[in-house]
Design a protein around this ligand. Structure first.
Ligand SMILES: NC(=O)c1ccc[n+]([C@@H]2O[C@H](COP(=O)([O-])OP(=O)(O)OC[C@H]3O[C@@H](n4cnc5c(N)ncnc54)[C@H](O)[C@@H]3O)[C@@H](O)[C@H]2O)c1
Length: 310
């Protein structure tokens, strides 16, 4: 997501500084930006003190392991970047008198008992379950961001992002969309965890970036859901991937992981009203673009099973 945001802000003629410790990210996603005069990159862990010289107008805090396969392997770093990292960046924003937007998540709703999820819903999270490290880090992130708004008058924005996909995802990041496409490309069966009746709603990355951009420039400091309400069961989604890729493989079923949410669908009434935003890219279009991206990756990418911290 960070690379797509850099692209968008460069396109809008901003001077952009990217900061990343590359724990789950990959420099090749931004290497096309290195030749630009209005782009700089700092290799830095934001859970440590952050120093940036000069003036800043906006800070977008998207640093965090984001997929379950990542945050389950690096739980402490995940908790630190959501808490200490957010604190450091709020401090930076205060010092620079900059506006800050923090990337929260639909995971703050946990395994929701309300459907679809509105921003007023407080969530159903197990703090000591395996996913708690991510969910609670993000809930803390929202709380401290709101506290900086209330007590320091900082200009803050909170986006709750629902499942997003697009080019530059890692095939091996454990999320269902790259997992299915990776299996289809390798000629393996598609694995569904559980019986496939659990639902997800997938938002194409360009739609998400537009929502972020509008929220950042708005004057609204309460959380806003950004996602695509077009909900689909995982079993139906597997069928769509089979059709898209033309694979002859079948679907196989495995046990559902602990605390896996059963239903996910954003209520985007707030985004529609306040930001005049709604998703424009259909799943069919978005999947076609994303599949093209994965299909054109070098073959060794298809077989990379582990990330560098694994
Ligand atoms: N992709 C989604 O569907 C989704 C959904 C909800 C929320 N989000 C949030 O959006 C943000 C970006 O997610 P993404 O999907 O692009 O994941 P990603 O893993 O591709 O990107 C996250 C980036 O943060 C970097 N990072 C992690 N810890 C860091 C630290 N301590 N210091 C500096 N950099 C650090 C990683 O190296 C990586 O480049 C995350 O905050 C995530 O929680 C994503």
């Amino acid at each position: 997501m960070g690379s797509h945001l850099c692209d968008r802000f460069i396109k809008e003629h901003y001077e952009v500084i990217g900061m990343d410790n590359l724990i789950t990210g990959d420099l090749k996603n931004i290497e096309h930006l290195f030749k630009l005069r209005n782009f700089e990159f700092y290799h830095h862990d934001v859970s440590k003190f952050v120093f940036v010289p000069g003036h800043l107008d906006y800070i977008l805090h998207f640093a965090s392991p984001a997929s379950p396969i990542d945050y389950l392997k690096i739980p402490i770093q995940t908790l630190k970047v959501g808490s200490l990292g957010t604190h450091n960046l709020l401090g930076l924003a205060k010092g620079k008198k900059a506006r800050i937007l923090v990337a929260s998540t639909s995971e703050v709703y946990g395994d929701p008992t309300v459907h679809p999820q509105k921003e007023e819903y407080w969530g159903n999270v197990n703090p000591v379950g395996p996913r708690g490290v991510y969910d609670e880090a993000k809930r803390f992130q929202e709380a401290i961001t709101m506290a900086y708004h209330t007590y320091h008058g900082l200009e803050t924005r909170i986006i709750r992002i629902f499942n997003t996909y697009g080019p530059r995802m890692r095939l091996n990041d454990g999320r269902v969309l790259p997992a299915f496409i990776g299996q289809a490309l390798r000629g393996e069966d598609l694995t569904i965890f559980g019986n496939g009746s659990q639902t997800r709603s997938f938002c194409y990355v360009d739609d998400l970036v537009e929502g972020i951009y509008r929220l950042l420039l708005s004057d609204y400091h309460q959380p806003v859901n950004i996602g695509n309400p077009d909900e689909i069961t995982i079993a139906e989604f597997a069928e769509e991937i089979i059709k898209l890729t033309g694979t002859k493989q079948k679907v196989i079923y495995k046990d559902l992981p602990v605390d896996d949410p059963k239903q996910r669908q954003p209520d985007i009434t707030r985004a529609r009203e306040i930001l005049k935003w709604e998703p424009k890219v259909s799943r069919k279009e978005g999947l076609t673009i994303t599949y093209e991206y994965f299909k054109n990756l070098p073959e060794e990418e298809l077989y990379k099973s582990k990330h560098r911290f694994a």
